[in-house]
Design a protein around this ligand. Structure first.
Ligand SMILES: [Zn+2]
Length: 347
């Protein structure tokens, strides 16, 4: 069959054959909260990963306020342990520590996890814990979530008002150590001053694992055109987030998600855009009403794209990219190629 007569479904299947890379997923914290159960990964997540054709997933350690400050280090270690145990038990997933591991996962059609850290609360203010977490498998670190911690300040969910301060001396040391150890520095969530400081402190390609363009959702948690260009100058990659594509539910659509991809590609090229779905609906729906209220007051109300709420929907994105006229070559870059370039270069 020639390409011209290939059905859309066949084309989607072909484009997914090499696997999809999503650089941000809050998996370890959910596995940790369900630690009294067995095979959570295999029963609750694996079917969705397989339907979506996932290959590599950034599994983010995140410590909720209720564990801080005393239990941050321990809970992070336990989250990593749960991920490793569940991956092993599933027989279908592996934790990747190097570009070789990533290639091996791709070749063997296993799903590879890259352990990431969203906010360095697990380190407290102790730089010596960084090599310990590297040893435990962490290969990508973003200094902050929306909170302030010992390293710096997060960007808030408003158009202005984040701390004007940059990184602390501890934060600067951490960034330098990450580059030296071979840990990818992630600029997701950091406030605008901290963002610029990290750009100036580093020399390797930088990533923003999961974010959106302020053009469509103007909050300091997202990134401006100037920030997008800073990533482009370093040949980095920006992963497009699915939960902050628009301030309104009405405009939270797959088309708007693709608008974010197009905007980044327009500014810095198709080689610098990837996926950081940040699927969060599965956690949100488990929360009691008062916790949702707390989130709305403290951060924001998340809006979910109805046909892109979990990994089983990944092919809907590919179908939409086809409908919007993206070439096969460009779609493969978005789905995996661009992230693979970064992972091979740094890990
Ligand atoms: Zn996040």
């Amino acid at each position: 069959m020639t390409r011209a007569t290939e059905s859309i479904d066949a084309r989607v299947g072909r484009l997914h054959r090499g696997g999809v890379i999503d650089m941000h997923f809050d998996l370890p914290m959910d596995l940790y909260e369900k630690r009294d159960r067995q095979n959570v990964l295999a029963t609750e997540f694996l079917p969705e990963f397989e339907t979506g054709g996932m290959a590599i997933i950034g599994a983010a350690i995140y410590i909720e306020d209720k564990y801080l400050p005393e239990r941050g280090t321990q809970v992070a270690r336990d989250q990593i342990a749960r991920l490793k145990i569940e991956a092993e038990q599933s027989k279908r997933c592996v934790v990747c520590l190097s570009s070789k591991d990533i290639q091996r996962a791709l070749d063997s059609k296993k799903i590879g996890f890259l352990i990431t850290m969203e906010g360095v609360e697990p380190l407290g203010d102790d730089l010596d814990l960084l090599p310990a977490f590297y040893e435990a498998g962490v290969r990508e670190i973003g200094l902050t979530h929306a909170r302030t911690n010992a390293a710096g300040h997060g960007g808030i969910f408003a158009a202005s008002g984040s701390s004007p301060e940059g990184l602390t001396p501890f934060g600067r040391d951490l960034v330098r150590e990450c580059e030296r150890l071979g840990i990818i520095v992630d600029l997701a969530h950091i406030n605008p001053t901290g963002f610029k400081e990290i750009v100036d402190l580093t020399s390797k390609p930088l990533i923003v694992s999961h974010t959106n363009s302020r053009k469509f959702y103007d909050v300091e948690r997202n990134i401006s055109d100037d920030q997008i260009k800073m990533i482009g100058e370093r040949r980095g990659v920006i992963g497009i987030n699915s939960v902050l594509v628009s301030p309104t539910q009405k405009e939270t659509t797959l088309d708007r998600y693709v608008d974010h991809i197009e905007h980044v590609a327009h500014l810095i090229g198709i080689d610098c855009v990837g996926i950081g779905f940040d699927f969060f609906e599965f956690i949100y729906r488990q929360w009691p009403e008062e916790k949702k209220k707390w989130m709305a007051e403290k951060l924001t109300t998340p809006h979910f794209i109805s046909d892109l709420t979990n990994h089983s929907h990944a092919k809907n994105l590919t179908r939409k990219l086809i409908a919007r006229g993206f070439s096969d070559e460009d779609i493969e870059k978005i789905l995996r190629g661009n992230w693979l370039r970064i992972l091979k270069e740094i890990l």
